[in-house]
Design a protein around this ligand. Structure first.
Ligand SMILES: O=C1O[C@H](COP(=O)(O)O)[C@@H](O)[C@H](O)[C@H]1O
Length: 255
């Protein structure tokens, strides 16, 4: 059964997400040589990460950056300094401010970005970006995936609908090229369901009234044509949703 943590206040929501991340980190780090394998999403999640890992000093002091190996659940195939890049957004919101805060980042985190030199070339290079990224993933799965939820029910770059069904049906590749994305930019790479299946903890973060209708479809109607609802059904015991009241207010069923 999926766990839902719903809050009235956005600041409190960010703090709870931060506490959860630290909890997963501490569980993963058995000693000084172990690593915390985490993959994050882009979009609105990045601001939440700024609030809980940078601005919240109490939580920030508990982050063991040097032991983090950080990946992206999906990435837009644009240069890393493009405003659409998930890596670029994370760098701006978290890595850069940490650098300016002092020496906390001297030993990490290790951040795995796409091979930028292959961006904006032929389609075959898009496949290659996905393959190369897959080759970097941790062999024994992720300790934590931090996922977003678009107003259409997409997560990572797994979009609902016939046209993108090939991504949800992918059983072998762990990272796939998503083309003709309904949300720009058109070319992306995305984790597939096998990566989600292998992850020890999965958290969604969804806030704001633009998510109200989709929350109703996911939680009340349990519409499994939506990638987010499918993940709830398949991996529910490892799934936690962090939501705010604006996003969750149309959900009628108990959680
Ligand atoms: O395009 C994307 O959208 C989703 C959802 O973003 P949000 O701004 O609605 O939270 C995001 O999780 C994903 O990483 C991103 O590439």
């Amino acid at each position: 059964m999926v766990r839902v943590c719903n809050y009235n206040d956005k600041e409190l929501l960010a703090e709870k997400v931060g506490e959860y991340i630290i909890e997963c980190q501490d569980k993963a780090l058995k000693d000084q040589d172990s690593q915390f394998n985490i993959a994050i999403s882009g979009g609105s999640l990045v601001n939440v990460l700024h609030k809980c890992l940078v601005a919240n000093k109490k939580l920030a002091s508990r982050v063991k950056w040097s032991q983090w190996q950080l990946y992206f659940c999906d990435e837009r195939l644009v240069p890393l300094d493009d405003e659409d890049s998930n890596y670029g957004a994370f760098k701006k919101a978290v890595l850069d401010p940490l650098m300016h805060n002092g020496d906390h980042l001297n030993l990490g985190p290790t951040v795995f970005a796409i091979n930028e030199s292959l961006v904006h070339q032929k389609d075959s290079q898009n496949e290659k970006i996905a393959q190369e990224y897959e080759s970097l993933l941790p062999a024994d799965g992720f300790d934590l995936l931090l996922l977003g939820c678009g107003p259409d029910g997409h997560t990572c770059s797994l979009f609902p609908g016939e046209k993108h069904k090939y991504l949800l049906q992918e059983a072998h590749k762990k990272v796939a090229w998503c083309h003709d994305s309904p949300k720009p930019p058109s070319d992306r790479i995305t984790f597939t369901l096998p990566v989600i299946a292998d992850s020890r903890n999965i958290a969604f973060v969804a806030e704001g009234s633009s998510k109200q209708d989709i929350m109703h479809q996911i939680f009340d109607l349990q519409d499994e044509s939506l990638p987010t609802a499918l993940i709830n059904r398949n991996y529910g015991s490892r799934v936690t949703w962090f939501t705010d009241e604006d996003a969750f207010s149309k959900v009628q069923s108990n959680h």
